[in-house]
Ligand binder design. Structure first.
Ligand code: ATP
Length: 234
């Protein structure tokens, strides 16, 4: 059985169907990308996994157990969501943003976790007393990811980490995503930037109008006609 699986998941908002019978799996240390255009249902999928949206049916399983329906319990199990738009607290310092992420931990452990984050993100260390609202878009994305890591995830859900960033900065964010994967954390990566998301992943799914249209390795999808036409402009 897969470490993490979504089976036959459907989500409605009133009469709008956001997800229809979606199934996917992820294993430990994998990057699994979900690509799709605006409104395809990518954010709804992550919000449902995080317990923020209730599905009409379907089953989400993590390490052989059905996920509970409360968001804080899901975080407690190690499934951590870095939302689109980053969700950092602009009026708090960088360090305080990180401490919010580590709210479940105390004392020496919390201090050690901060030290680790500052090793992974030296730019955050140099600016730890600065307000998050003064950071550039790329820096805020790094802070959002770092704050997620403070919750000690086993699975990190990343919603459009490249959105609005210059290509060079996107590359920096993707380097960080690779390093996180190398530390054995599973990453579910939602992106409109299909080329980037397919180039980094072990496996990917194409989501269209709330349904999975295609799946394969990143390489397979990069060379598929569907993806080339609809997502790579070829
Ligand atoms: N709270 C809501 N109430 C009603 N409809 C919603 C709500 N949230 C999303 N939708 C609709 O559900 C569908 C899927 O939206 P979702 O945000 O999950 O897509 P997405 O792929 O993440 O798009 P984007 O990249 O623009 O965020 C869309 O048709 C959207 O308009």
């Amino acid at each position: 059985m897969a470490m993490f699986s979504v089976e036959d998941l459907s989500v409605h908002y009133g009469y709008v169907t956001a997800l229809k019978n979606v199934s996917l799996t992820a294993e430990r240390g994998q990057i699994v990308s979900i690509i799709g255009s605006n409104g395809a249902g990518k954010t709804s999928l992550l919000r449902t996994i995080s317990g923020l949206v209730k599905p009409v049916h379907g089953r989400i399983t993590f390490m052989d157990k059905a996920l509970p329906h409360q968001a804080h319990k899901i975080v407690g199990l190690g499934i951590v969501h870095v939302p689109e738009g980053r969700g950092t607290f602009s009026g708090l310092t960088i360090q305080d943003n990180l401490l919010v992420g580590g709210y479940r931990f105390r004392g020496g452990q919390l201090h050690q976790d901060l030290v680790e984050q500052y090793e992974l993100f030296p730019l955050l260390k140099h600016r730890k007393t600065q307000f998050a609202g003064t950071l550039s878009g790329g820096e805020q994305q790094m802070l959002a990811i770092s704050r997620g890591l403070m919750s000690k995830p086993k699975i990190l859900l990343l919603d459009e980490p490249s959105l609005g960033l210059a290509p060079l900065v996107v590359n920096q964010v993707y380097d960080v995503i690779r390093r996180i994967r190398d530390s054995d954390i599973t990453i579910i990566l939602v992106e409109q930037n299909a080329r980037k998301a397919l180039s980094i992943c072990d496996k990917a799914y194409v989501l269209e109008n709330g349904e999975i249209r295609a799946t394969g390795t990143g390489g397979e999808l990069l060379s598929s006609d569907l993806v080339k036409k609809a997502y790579l402009g070829q």
